[in-house]
Write a protein that binds this ligand. Structure first.
Ligand SMILES: Nc1nc2c(ncn2[C@@H]2O[C@H](COP(=O)(O)OP(=O)(O)OP(=O)(O)O)[C@@H](O)[C@H]2O)c(=O)[nH]1
Ligand SMILES: [Mg+2]
Length: 493
C-alpha cells in the first residue's frame, strides 16, 4: 500500500498543513515506508513516534496501521477499526487524530479506488466530530476534498455525511474567525444539495416518490433526524455570534436545499439568532417625531385588531414587546422597534402602525391618519417592506381597499409614475393573519377577491404582490416574513 505508485498518489493529494503537523506526518510516513522494507526498524519506529508525540495513543495507532499493512486492499479488519476508535477516543490533540484519520483514509482510498470501505465510512462522523471539537479546519477541508473526489461512497450516495462534514467545517471556520471561508463552505453545501436534488428528480420513480412523501410529511422527517436540525441550528447560532446575517440566511437556505423544512425549533433558532437585541425606540404621532433614518425599516399596516402587534412580537420572538389587545385601537401611534442596535450594519426598524378602520375614530381623525400614512410612505426613504395585514376570516374589507387605493395612487402617481423620489425600492406584501382560526387554510374565494382588488387598484401593474399566511399563535409563516425582511439589507440576500 505504501510506496511506489500509491505513495505518489498520497504525496500529490496531500492537503496543506501547519508545519508542525506536516513534519510529524511526513516523518511518520517515512518511518512507515522504512518499516515496509525493513522489519527490523519497526521497534525503533514505534519508539521514535512515541518520542515525537509523547502520547501513548499514537504509538498504539502506529502499531495498528503498521499491522494492517497489506490488508487494506481487502478492507480494514473490524478489530482494527475498533482499536482505532478506542485509540481515537483517547487522543487529546487534533493533529494526532488527523494523522490517523488521514493515513487510514488516504491509504484506503488509494487502494480502494476512492471508494472507502463501508466500515471506515461509518467512522467518518466520529472523525468529523473530533476535528470539529479540536477546531481542525485543515483536516475538515481534507475531508471535504475526499468527499468531492468520491470517497465515503460518494457524496450523492451519502448526502447526510457530506452535510455533516460541510457544516462542521463551516462551524470550525467561524470559530477560527475565518468568516469568508465559512461563507464559501456553506455555499459549497448549497451546490451539493442542488446537485442531489437534480439527481433525485432525474432518478427513478421510487426515489421521486420517496422525496415527495418525505416533503409532504416534513414534520416526520425532522422528528426522525433531530441531529441534522441541531447541526444547522448550531451553525446559525455561530453565524449570529459572528454577526454574519448573510451566513445565517445562507444556512437557512442550505437547510431547505438539503430537504429539511423550517420546523418550529429552526424558526425559534432563526428568530433568536437574527434578533440579537431589540428595543422600543419611540411612539411617533408625526413624521417629525419619527427616529432619524439611519436604518432600513419594515412596517406593518392593516385594520384594527388584525394582529399587527402580535405579528411584530412573533417575528422578533418576543412575547409582549408590542402591546396587543382584544379591544381594537390599542396601537395609536407609529411604534418603532429597533433590532440589533449594537451592530449598525445589521440593524433595522420594525414599525407597528396604528390600525385603520377603528369604528370609534371620527371621520376627521381618519383623514388625519390617511394623511400621516401617505406622508410616511412618501417620506421615509428607507422604508423597504410594507406588510399589509388582512384577517383571513374576513378577507379584504372596505378599509383595506381604501388603503390599497391610497397606496396605488401614492406609488404610481396620478400618471402612473413612481412617487417616492430618491427612495429605496419598496416591497408590498399582503399577509393573511390568524389562519389558526381557519384550521390552517384560507378559502380560495378570499384569494380571488384579493386578486380582483389588486387588479382594480392597479397595484398589480406595478409589480407582483406576494400573499403570505400567518398565525401569531402557531407561529406559522414566520420564515415567510423573514424572507421579506431579508430584503432590508442588500448584504443579507
Ligand atoms: N387566534 C389568533 N389570534 C390572534 C392572532 N394574532 C392576533 N390575535 C389576537 O387578535 C387580537 C388583536 O391583536 P393585536 O396584535 O393587538 O392587533 P393589532 O392589529 O395590533 O390591533 P390595533 O393595535 O388595535 O391596531 C388579540 O386579542 C390577539 O391575541 C393569531 O394569529 N391567531
Ligand atoms: Mg397593535
Amino acid at each position: 500500500v505504501i510506496g511506489g505508485a500509491r505513495q505518489r498518489c498520497w504525496l500529490s493529494d496531500r492537503p496543506r498543513h501547519a508545519p508542525l503537523v506536516e513534519s510529524h506526518r511526513s516523518r511518520w510516513h517515512r518511518h512507515l515506508c522504512m518499516t515496509h522494507s525493513d522489519q527490523a526498524t519497526e521497534a525503533s519506529l514505534e519508539q521514535r513516534i512515541a518520542q515525537l508525540s509523547k502520547i501513548g495513543a499514537v504509538r498504539k495507532l502506529t502499531e495498528i496501521c503498521v499491522n494492517s499493512e497489506g490488508r487494506l486492499e481487502q478492507g480494514v479488519e473490524p478489530e482494527t477499526i475498533s482499536q482505532v476508535l478506542q485509540a481515537l477516543n483517547r487522543l487529546e490533540a487534533a493533529r494526532h487524530a488527523r494523522l490517523v484519520m488521514e493515513s487510514l483514509w488516504v491509504q484506503a482510498s488509494g487502494s480502494l479506488d476512492l471508494t472507502l470501505d463501508e466500515r471506515i465510512t461509518r467512522l467518518v462522523p466520529d472523525y468529523v466530530e473530533l476535528m470539529r471539537r479540536a477546531s481542525d479546519l485543515e483536516a475538515l477541508q481534507a475531508m471535504q476534498r475526499a468527499c468531492e473526489r468520491g470517497a465515503f461512497g460518494g457524496i450523492l450516495q451519502k448526502p447526510a455525511l457530506a452535510e455533516h462534514i460541510y457544516l462542521a467545517s463551516v462551524q470550525t471556520a467561524i470559530v477560527r474567525e475565518e468568516l469568508n471561508e465559512a461563507l464559501a463552505t456553506i455555499q459549497k453545501l448549497h451546490r451539493i444539495a442542488e446537485r442531489l436534488a437534480t439527481k433525485n428528480t432525474q432518478g427513478d420513480e421510487a426515489a421521486m416518490e420517496r422525496t415527495s412523501s418525505s416533503s409532504v410529511t416534513g414534520e416526520v422527517t425532522q422528528d426522525a433526524d433531530p441531529e441534522r436540525i441541531r447541526r444547522f441550528c448550531d451553525t446559525m447560532r455561530l453565524f449570529s455570534k459572528a454577526k454574519s446575517y448573510r451566513g445565517l440566511f445562507l444556512t437557512v437556505d442550505a437547510l431547505q436545499l438539503c430537504g429539511l423544512e423550517l420546523s418550529a425549533p429552526v424558526l425559534e433558532c432563526l428568530a433568536q439568532s437574527a434578533v440579537r437585541q431589540v428595543s422600543f425606540v419611540t411612539s411617533a404621532v408625526s413624521i417629525e417625531k419619527m427616529p432619524e433614518e439611519r436604518f432600513p425599516e419594515a412596517a406593518f399596516i392593516g385594520r384594527s385588531n388584525v394582529g399587527k402587534s402580535s405579528l411584530v412580537n412573533m417575528v422578533i420572538g418576543r412575547k409582549a414587546l408590542a402591546k396587543t389587545s382584544k379591544t381594537p385601537g390599542k396601537t395609536r401611534q407609529f411604534n418603532y422597534y429597533l433590532v440589533n442596535e449594537r451592530d449598525p450594519s445589521d440593524a433595522f426598524y420594525l414599525v407597528d402602525l396604528p390600525g385603520v378602520g377603528y369604528a370609534r375614530v371620527s371621520k376627521e381623525q381618519r383623514i388625519e391618519w390617511d394623511r400621516l400614512f401617505v406622508d410616511y410612505v412618501r417620506r421615509r426613504r428607507k422604508l423597504r417592506v410594507l406588510f399589509h395585514l388582512i384577517d383571513c376570516q374576513t378577507g379584504a374589507l372596505e378599509e383595506d381597499v381604501r388603503l390599497m387605493n391610497v397606496l396605488a395612487e401614492l406609488l404610481l402617481g396620478k400618471n402612473g409614475r413612481w412617487n417616492r423620489s430618491g427612495a429605496d425600492d419598496l416591497h408590498y406584501v399582503i399577509v393573511l393573519t390568524k389562519i389558526d382560526r381557519r384550521g390552517g387554510t384560507v378559502s380560495p374565494a378570499i384569494f380571488s377577491h384579493l386578486e380582483q382588488i389588486l387588479e382594480e387598484t392597479g397595484l398589480l401593474r406595478w409589480r407582483e404582490v406576494p400573499v403570505l399566511t400567518t398565525s401569531a399563535q402557531t407561529k406559522t409563516g414566520r420564515e415567510a416574513i423573514w424572507q421579506y425582511l431579508r430584503l432590508l439589507h442588500k448584504h443579507w440576500k
